[in-house]
Ligand binder design. Sequence first.
Ligand SMILES: Cc1cc2nc3c(=O)[nH]c(=O)nc-3n(C[C@H](O)[C@H](O)[C@H](O)COP(=O)(O)O)c2cc1C
Length: 330
Amino acid sequence: MRTDFCKTFGIEYPVVLAPMAGVVPDALVAAVSNAGGLGLAPLWHVNADKLRKSVRNIRRLTDKPFGVNLNMEFPSMEHLDACLEEGVEIISLFWRAPGEFLAHAQSGGAKVIYSSGDAADAKAVADLGADAICAQGWEAGGHVRGTVGSMALIPAIVDAVGDVPVVAAGGIADGRGLAAALSLGASAVWVGTRFLAAAEANVHPEYLSHLLASSENDTAHFDNLFDIGWPDAPHRALKNSTSQMWEDAGRPDLGQRPGEGDVVASSPIGGDVLRYQSKSPSADLTGSVEAISMWAGQGVSMVRKVQPARDIVRDIVDEAKIALERIRYR
Ligand SMILES: Cc1cc2nc3c(=O)[nH]c(=O)nc-3n(C[C@H](O)[C@H](O)[C@H](O)COP(=O)(O)O)c2cc1C
């Protein structure tokens, strides 16, 4: 199963650990890379010194390829330069157009994966020379760039970008999803929600128990609900007491929402967490974790147990092989 994406990025299996700020520690990035997939470290929300420390730590834990994810909503050339100085070979850019970051990363020797939610945007960045495009469908957990579901988005982007490898994201949580994505012309899958249940993930136990018990009906896409710290960025999360309060109040606008300003949790490093804050429920939080943004994709119904990351990679690949065989003989 060595696809074009695998060849471009020097990995064995076409399974990418989605970068997920706050809940993907260095050990999880390394575990996925050691298993033959590609670990992506979300390091845009830490300072450049911490970024360097993480990169060195990941390198201590794996000699396989891994990458760093940067967020173009909060662009920082200092972060990109730190990556390049540390010899990071793969940079993932998401949310906004990459601007000068694409050429700068490539001139520093890195390959660039650009996350996109529509075919015209993906084509524009592929034409600029991106090494791969991540097609993020509407089913995805966390911040969601576009409005099109994976089934329609993946082939649209595949058709638009020519030979540039496409990685499919959004609602892909097992090998059937990998087989489907390959059938649609993608060259790898980018898996988020399933890896929240990796043994190495830095998720709060309460968040984890909600994930393990949730069905495909239990998430919702919000335009601007968990907006403190990152406004006007649509996202998908588990429905919770905060979203229920807001629905019950008739979905009021910003400034009139119930419980606005409530401190619902706190973290020893980040301090108070507000009810409508954009914040991954990491293991270090105390308080009412259920009330904050429990990011999750619609594929959450396929997340039923905690496993070491290497087993998740292996299961996805093995199941995909079986699914592809079944297609052949049906
Ligand atoms: C908890 C969480 C945090 C996320 N944080 C980031 C991030 O920091 N950078 C990024 O590019 N995408 C982020 N995303 C989006 C994922 O990279 C990915 O697109 C998404 O998880 C794929 O859909 P899935 O959850 O259905 O697998 C996040 C997603 C989740 C669930």
